[in-house]
Design a protein around this ligand. Structure first.
Ligand SMILES: Nc1ncnc2c1ncn2[C@@H]1O[C@H](COP(=O)(O)OP(=O)(O)OP(=O)(O)O)[C@@H](O)[C@H]1O
Ligand SMILES: [Mg+2]
Ligand SMILES: [Zn+2]
Length: 451
């Protein structure tokens, strides 16, 4: 049975029985979206709703299923909440299907099957991937289907432990005439999945493709319809993947997990700092290790600078990968003014090793030292890690979580940490055992310490 649909302008709310390229009320383009005719107007809901006393409400968020991968548990805020809908977004080929097939493998047990629905791949294709991941006798059921009503029907009968839908953009509801992947369909599909999850207390993973500009395809509106939004990111030329939380109704949004893609699937990396520093060069000028915070965790990463005389007099190159371009320009100007270098004739390249991005000012000191190290052609002492924000007068300002940063450096065998004077005063002496912390209050003092 087809429900009646209507096209509604998302800008002004104008209703039209037909699709229009331009709303005839407000004049906006491409705002008409197919929606189900408001059911409340057609049929009044039966029965009445009873308010429930707060104390009598059963707590459900404490009922979490641990997924096999510890790092994914952390990202989810301590496991998968029953009845929650988790959207995982990522660019094509990043490893979304791989991750969720691994999760399915780990979660399926004797009398609790997992249902993995794919609208993109045939059962045979999925099996090839499953074989690679070592999927054998686990109770993972596959369904190649794009009709949402059929999927919900199958899931209703099976009552799986977890339902995976790969991907939300390939599914369509028969209630709407729009084609799969349109905003209307994606929203309707998500809506129905949400109702299924809540009614049956079955957690659902929804895979979503990401458009080039980095938004979850379909609208932002999808993000507020689900409980958890995860983003799976990576660099083309690197094997590692970063899983971040954009939204979590049941946990913090600061968590993140790092995986390595291999023949046998995604492997969670236990010690990301060691992973990102493993190829660090010995005694190279221009290389500085920074103790940064990614998510809620400290991470040691290497910042590399290359300063060389330019062929483009009057218009030297400035390039930074993984760092904020404007912040880097500011720091370069500051080094010229306060330390007395002139970069007018120099090309300057900056890079965060391993394809990571650092977006906190705590990396400033690392950037400044890397540039000067390259100019002087002098390496920093190898066992030094640094952090600190640099202000416009060349002062080194305190940053958040100094203790976590120091501990991470210590646990990776660094002997010295160069840090803001202000942060050093916050640390208690017992925290400084086994590692030498040097507090500096200005760029000049920092330079005097390392060179
Ligand atoms: N034999 C293999 N060895 C190592 N890595 C592989 C192998 N086969 C596939 N991969 C990796 O898996 C990735 C594809 O993973 P997957 O299909 O899970 O991604 P996806 O995000 O679901 O992609 P899509 O957007 O196409 O659905 C490839 O880009 C590649 O990096
Ligand atoms: Mg896929
Ligand atoms: Zn309008």
């Amino acid at each position: 049975m087809k429900k009646r649909t209507v096209f509604v302008c998302q800008n002004c709310g104008f209703h039209s029985p037909k699709w229009l390229g331009r709303c005839s009320q407000c004049g906006e383009w491409n705002t008409m979206m197919e929606e189900l005719e408001d059911e409340a107007l057609v049929e009044l809901p039966e029965g009445s709703s009873e308010p429930v006393l707060y104390q009598q409400i059963k707590e459900t968020t404490s009922q979490r299923i641990p997924v096999g991968i510890e790092q994914l548990n952390n990202v989810l805020g301590g496991g998968l909440v029953l009845g929650s809908v988790v959207l995982i977004g990522g660019e094509p080929g990043i490893g979304k299907s791989t991750l969720l097939l691994q999760v399915s493998r780990d979660l399926a047990s004797g009398n609790e099957p997992v249902l993995y629905v794919s609208g993109e791949e045939s059962l045979e294709q999925i099996k090839i991937r499953g074989d690679r991941l070592g999927l054998k006798s686990e109770k993972v059921y596959l369904l190649a289907e794009t009709s949402l009503e059929r999927i919900v029907n199958a899931a209703d009968r099976m009552k799986p432990r977890v339902l995976v839908i790969d991907s939300v953009q390939t599914m369509f509801s028969a209630h709407l005439t729009s084609s799969p992947g349109t905003i209307s369909q994606v929203r309707e599909v998500t809506n129905q999945v949400f109702r299924f999850a809540k009614k049956n207390q079955v957690p659902v993973f929804l895979i979503g493709h990401i458009t080039k500009d980095g938004t979850l395809a379909g609208p932002k509106s999808l993000e507020h319809m689900v409980d958890v939004v995860l983003l799976f990111e990576g660099e083309r030329d690197h094997n590692h993947r970063v899983l971040r939380v954009l939204k979590n109704r049941f946990g913090p949004v600061s968590e993140l997990a790092i995986f390595e893609m291999s023949q046998a699937g995604l492997r969670a990396i236990d010690n990301p700092s060691a992973f990102f520093l493993r190829e660090r060069p010995q005694n190279e000028p221009g290389s500085v290790v920074v103790s940064t915070i990614k998510g809620s965790r400290p991470l040691l990463v290497e910042i590399q600078a290359l300063v060389s005389s330019t062929l483009f007099m009057g218009n030297p190159r400035r390039m930074s990968i993984g760092l904020d371009h404007y912040r880097v320009s500011m720091l370069l100007a500051l080094v010229e003014k306060k330390v007395g270098y002139s970069f007018a004739g120099e090309d300057i390249y900056l890079n965060v090793a391993g394809g990571l991005t650092i977006d906190e000012p705590a990396a400033d000191l690392g950037v400044v030292l890397a540039v000067i190290s390259s100019v002087k052609n002098l390496p920093l002492p190898r066992e030094v890690a640094v952090f600190g924000e640099v202000g416009l007068s060349g002062e080194i300002r305190s940053v958040s979580q100094p203790l976590a940063r120091v501990r991470e450096a210590k646990s990776l065998g660094f002997e010295t940490v160069l840090m803001p004077e202000g942060n050093l005063q916050q640390l208690e002496t017992e925290n400084l055992k086994g590692i030498k912390c040097i507090g500096v209050s200005s760029v000049r003092k920092a330079l005097a310490e390392v060179f």
